[in-house]
Ligand binder design. Structure first.
Ligand code: NDP
Length: 295
């Protein structure tokens, strides 16, 4: 299968490209930058979609980038980097002479508003009152294909992806290794997580199986809190985790809006449709996922 991967240079994208190539698929990355085996977003927007059987979009400015201050400009960058890339691909797919069989688009578990009581499945509604939930609603809408377009659309609502080469583990492994890691705030907030191999596994499952369509929660079946995650993470590294990170430190580093993502109740997300659609997890349990990641 020929697969176009937007954001194929990122943490999840690199792992997906490697996994697709291992399975014998042909991959072209879409990036802002020119490189061999890559086409740019600029080129995509100016010409018809290159012939392919599948399209995936994983592009997006990193929300938790501590080097960027939260302000209107950054929020706009978060929105543009997701909505414009996704809507460009949706438009090109709709206009293609021979459209691809499948379009897999990403979203995030922040589609669901934070709550310490509600259990969310793919059927749960979002909340237009929450800034990140709103972003996800618009992100998912930007992937919509016109009626009559035969391309299958799959949207993966991704949780915190755990892997050595990027994301929150890469950002936190040194403090944890030095025994400086700790729960965030109260630690009671839900922590919807997923091993990077299951992230790529889920994407490949969506690409290769014609019955897969609609929303899938990109989280593991085992639900944990931040405190439980912290304990298991430090335990996997044989380190203590006794120093909680207070709320004011989080708010200082990330600002109050992003601080809320880490300090609010989080989302208790169940991968109901993901399981019904036949995805078999390699790491359904946190302990074995972390053992693999830190080994
Ligand atoms: P990365 O932060 O690694 O970035 C992915 C790619 O997005 C980058 O390689 C870059 O590609 C492109 N990109 C970055 N900033 C911009 C920008 N301002 N405009 C256009 N493109 C940009 O992301 P991940 O691989 O971690 O995540 C992939 C997707 O999944 C993202 O949309 C993310 O929001 C979502 N997600 C990820 C989670 C995680 O835990 N990792 C959790 C929930 C959702 P290039 O430089 O080649 O253009």
């Amino acid at each position: 299968m020929r697969v176009l991967v937007g954001g194929g240079t990122g943490f999840i994208g690199r792992a997906l490209v490697e996994s697709l190539k291992r399975k014998g698929h042909e991959v072209t990355i879409i990036s802002r930058n020119q490189a061999p085996g890559t086409i740019t977003w600029n080129e995509i927007s100016k010409s018809p979609l290159p012939e392919c059987e599948a399209v995936v979009n994983l592009a997006g400015e990193n929300i938790m980038n501590p080097l960027k201050r939260w302000n209107d400009g950054f929020l706009q960058e978060l929105r543009n980097s997701r909505l414009e890339t996704t809507s460009t691909l949706a438009r090109k797919i709709a206009d293609a002479k021979i459209p691809p069989k499948v379009f897999v688009s990403s979203s995030a578990v922040s589609y669901y508003p934070p709550s310490d009581t509600v259990e969310y499945t793919e059927d749960s509604p979002p909340s237009s009152e929450d800034i990140l939930s709103n972003l996800c609603i618009d992100w998912e809408n930007s992937a919509k294909l016109p009626q009559g377009c035969d391309t299958r659309l799959v949207t993966i609502r991704i949780g915190v992806v755990l892997g050595r080469s990027g994301g929150m583990i890469q950002q936190s492994i040194w403090p944890f290794w030095l025994g400086l890691g700790g729960r965030i705030g109260s630690g009671t907030q839900y922590f919807p997580w997923l091993h990077i191999d299951d992230m790529t596994g889920m994407l490949v499952h969506a690409l290769e199986n014609d019955h897969v369509t609609g929303a899938m929660n990109g989280v593991a079946p085992e639900v944990v809190t931040n405190a439980r995650f912290t304990k298991e993470y430090a335990g996997a590294l044989w380190r203590p985790a006794i120093l909680p990170t207070p709320a004011f430190v989080i708010n200082c580093v990330f600002g109050p809006v992003r601080g809320k993502i880490l300090l609010e109740p989080g989302q208790k997300v169940i991968p109901k449709r993901t399981l019904e659609l036949g995805y078999k997890y390699q790491y359904p349990q946190l302990k074995s996922a972390l053992a693999d990641i830190v080994k």
